[in-house]
Design a protein around this ligand. Structure first.
Ligand SMILES: NC(=O)c1ccc[n+]([C@@H]2O[C@H](COP(=O)([O-])OP(=O)(O)OC[C@H]3O[C@@H](n4cnc5c(N)ncnc54)[C@H](O)[C@@H]3O)[C@@H](O)[C@H]2O)c1
Length: 198
């Protein structure tokens, strides 16, 4: 018992931590670099289904696991003082998502809800969600933030559902959030790593 207590004290962290999901992926690894450059303690949660360990900045701690693993997510929040969440983990399959509906909603919607729940329960200061212009659907050009979203595929529907769940979580639980909706292929010209080069 004494040993366990000592171990818990030694390993417990008092510094503020940023959690980056999908931090071994293309965009997430750049977010990790930016946070590390600002001196933040960074934990990356990534199941490596699409990302690579080599993408992760060596100053960040990589936890290999899924946002679907509620116990793992809870343990990360219990063991670290996570103040900010940058949620980028997703399976990005716009047109293809019609054919992997269950997987798409499980991974991209339920996985996000797991993180939102943990963020509410642990009083996270800021939740940054990477949505997509897929929320607008087609034939809504030019795309502007004032447009009423009308996603046409399960990928966009899941992204919009997460946006709406964040809105509800702010109203009911006070969770602060930021949503950004990057367009696909915006990133041509950004320095890419290894197997993620476009
Ligand atoms: N790249 C773009 O042009 C673009 C455009 C719009 C939106 N987005 C969104 O930005 C985010 C990042 O996209 P990206 O281009 O870097 O993709 P990416 O595939 O390079 O990165 C996604 C990362 O999420 C991880 N991941 C997937 N499911 C996971 C799970 N269940 N648990 C833990 N980790 C998981 C993957 O292993 C991967 O490392 C995604 O949410 C995507 O929908 C990207």
């Amino acid at each position: 018992m004494l040993r366990t207590t000592h171990y818990a004290l030694l390993t417990s962290r008092v510094t503020d931590t940023a959690l980056v999901t999908g931090g071994a992926g293309f965009l997430g690894s750049h977010v990790v670099d930016a946070l590390v450059a600002r001196g933040l303690d960074v934990v990356v949660l990534d199941d490596l289904s699409g990302g690579f360990p080599d993408n992760v900045n060596p100053s960040a701690r990589l936890v290999r696991g899924s946002i679907l693993d509620v116990e793992l997510v809870d343990s990360l929040f219990n063991e670290n003082r996570i103040r900010r969440v940058y949620h980028l983990a997703a399976y990005a399959a716009e047109g293809l998502s019609h054919f992997i509906r269950r997987f798409n909603y499980q991974n991209n919607l339920i996985g996000s809800v797991n993180l939102i729940d943990a963020s509410v329960n642990h009083d996270v200061e800021s939740f940054v969600f990477t949505s997509s212009i897929a929320v607008y659907g087609v034939n809504q050009l030019p795309m502007r933030e004032e447009l009423v979203p009308s996603p046409e595929d399960p990928y966009g529907i899941a992204k919009l559902a997460v946006e709406q769940d964040l809105r509800a979580s702010r109203q009911l639980f006070g969770l602060n959030y930021v949503i950004f909706r990057p367009p696909g292929r915006l990133w041509r010209g950004i320095q890419c790593r290894g197997r993620h080069a476009l």
